[in-house]
Write a protein that binds this ligand. Structure first.
Ligand SMILES: [Zn+2]
Length: 325
């Protein structure tokens, strides 16, 4: 998976480079037509550069003087080009390529090391291919049906629903973290996936993981059993939002308990939000993952889900329809 994302990222970087160069070439052609004097000067610049290189390697006695004269000439040509551009209403850098990443000129590398822009793209593509397996974008707020909830539960869920919509609307990388709490089939997964798909549409990198999958992956990576070289912790660090669904459904052991603490700790240290869904009560969380863990979760915004298991209601309705009632 990592190899694919790397190639895709390199492709994007090269496309950015080519686009920047093509745009600059277009501007040079435009200027050549409008201000022919500049073409004469840029040709002269190329000549002086070649002559300077030649002089540097020559063993002639007056080489140093020649270099100085050529450099002077070079500078004044550059100055003249700037003046001409300004006189005609163009910015001074009009003939140069403007790269997406100025640090590496859209090559992806600086002194043989991967540039930050390339690393960011790799992680972005890793998360995308990760999420492609989960069909997140298929789940939306508009499919959420409040009519399955009655009485007090309905009022409570209207509040929860409004909060989640607002969260997606106003999301930023330092948004508050959310703990979604409540029984099975009350819509926790649906609403967290709705937030995810709304944010992905806005271009945010959202990492969605079910707790059993997540901890299995981490264990395989930790004990070297993983076939892919993807480091899940790298993705957790890089994502704009991390969603852990169904916390408590994973195997109960010390590795998982520690791993969960490390994840929450990491996200809090870099001040990036997460959404955790669980059927567990606070007391159960504390018993299972330690008090230290519990105190970390206190900074989360807690959303209590109420109602009756929607899957059961749907089943009953289907059964009723089948019976003709
Ligand atoms: Zn770069």
């Amino acid at each position: 998976m990592r190899k694919e994302s790397f190639h895709r990222a390199m492709k994007t970087v090269h496309e950015r480079h080519d686009a920047a160069e093509a745009a600059a070439e277009q501007r040079r052609l435009e200027i050549a037509l409008k201000i022919p004097e500049i073409t004469v000067l840029t040709n002269r610049l190329t000549q002086t550069c070649t002559q300077i290189t030649r002089a540097v390697f020559s063993k002639e006695e007056n080489a140093q003087k020649a270099i100085e004269r050529l450099m002077q000439e070079n500078l004044s040509a550059q100055e003249k080009i700037k003046q001409l551009l300004a006189q005609n209403g163009y910015p001074a850098d009009y003939l140069f390529a403007t790269y997406t990443c100025a640090a590496c000129s859209d090559t992806g590398y600086i002194d043989g090391a991967q540039c930050k822009c390339l690393k960011e793209l790799i992680v972005q593509y890793e998360i995308e291919s990760f999420n492609a397996q989960n069909q997140i974008s298929a789940v939306t707020f508009s499919q959420f049906d409040l009519s399955y909830y009655n009485g007090d539960a309905r009022t409570q869920m209207e509040r929860v629903f409004a909060f989640c919509q607002q969260y997606a609307d106003q999301f930023s990388r330092n948004a508050v973290s959310i703990l979604m709490q409540g029984g099975v089939g009350l819509g926790k997964t649906h609403l967290s996936l709705s937030i995810a798909s709304a944010l992905m549409e806005k271009g945010y990198a959202v990492l969605y993981l079910s707790a059993p999958d997540l901890f299995r992956k981490l264990q395989n990576e930790y004990y070297g059993k993983s076939e892919t070289k993807t480091d899940t912790m790298d993705l957790i660090r890089a994502a704009d939002l991390v969603i852990i669904d169904d916390l408590g459904a994973e195997l109960e052991n010390q590795f998982n308990s520690m791993a969960f603490y490390n994840i929450v700790n990491l996200r809090q240290n870099i001040m990036r939000p997460m959404i955790i869904n669980t059927n567990l009560s606070f007391k159960e969380i504390e018993q299972r993952y330690s008090q230290r863990m519990m105190s970390r979760l206190l900074s989360f915004r807690c959303l209590k889900f109420a109602g009756t298991d929607i899957r059961q209601i749907k089943m009953r309705l289907q059964y009723g329809a089948a019976m003709g009632s």
